[in-house]
Design a protein around this ligand. Structure first.
Ligand SMILES: [Zn+2]
Length: 233
């Protein structure tokens, strides 16, 4: 197994973005306030998963059907530094993945997220106003099973399924007004959710965390904690 594979199996490191190098802090803007399209102010996330490699992004499952790589697909609209590893995604992405897994079950088909359709940094060219995409808590779904979501009928059908799942979910109506509606995907989001990992101590602003905590997606699930590994033969 490659070293990156071992890294993925052990889990991803959680970082306080205030501890990152200047270039990344400038791009990710941890703790800064940004305005949404209605002028309301929201504080950007500060705690991120550090994804060491493409292999780790593929290998790290957030839920049975969603791997980390599906949430960081971006093109040249994203800041160039964020196309290099290690890459960073707000910790709340795992909450989004949980809801997408429920959405997948309700649809009875696979869910396909568009390029630039999940996490977009505050420096992404589509980040004109604060949107939950900058929190890692929004997904633009362009295909469900074999259905390409380009018609009013399909978008409204799947919007209803998403809204029926939970009051936490908001969708954009069908329409051609970018940002307020969508005509080639289902946008669903959870709002401006920030997640503070339980290993984090928040009683500091700028000094580095003393112990860089880890969060393992794979081997810390309670189900697996209860399982006694078989003896090697
Ligand atoms: Zn969207």
């Amino acid at each position: 197994m490659s070293s990156s594979g071992v890294e993925a199996a052990q889990g991803l490191k959680v970082v306080d973005a205030f501890d990152l190098e200047d270039e990344l802090r400038t791009i990710l803007k941890p703790g800064e306030m940004v305005r949404d399209a209605q002028g309301r102010r929201h504080r950007l996330p500060r705690y991120f998963y550090e994804i060491p490699s493409h292999e780790a992004a593929l290998a790290t499952r957030l839920t049975p059907h969603f791997a980390m790589n599906e949430f960081i697909l971006t093109d040249l609209k994203e800041a160039p530094r964020l196309h290099q590893y290690p890459r960073y995604v707000p910790c709340a992405v795992r909450v989004l993945a949980f809801y997408l897994e429920q959405f997948r079950s309700a649809c009875g088909a696979s869910i396909h997220i568009a390029v630039n359709g999940a996490y977009r940094s505050p420096s992404h060219k589509l980040s004109q106003h604060a949107t939950p995409h900058m929190w890692g808590t929004a997904a633009d779904v362009y295909r469900i099973g074999s259905a390409i979501l380009k018609s009013k009928e399909l978008i409204e059908k799947y919007n209803l399924i998403a809204e029926d799942l939970s009051d936490d979910i908001m969708v954009l109506p069908y329409g051609h007004d970018t940002g307020r509606s969508a005509d080639d995907h289902v946008h669903l989001d959870l709002g401006f959710v920030t997640l503070i990992p339980r290993e984090i101590s928040e009683d500091r602003m700028e000094q580095p965390q003393e112990n860089r905590p880890r969060f393992a997606f794979e081997d810390r699930r309670s189900k697996e904690r209860r399982t006694v590994p078989a003896a090697e033969e």
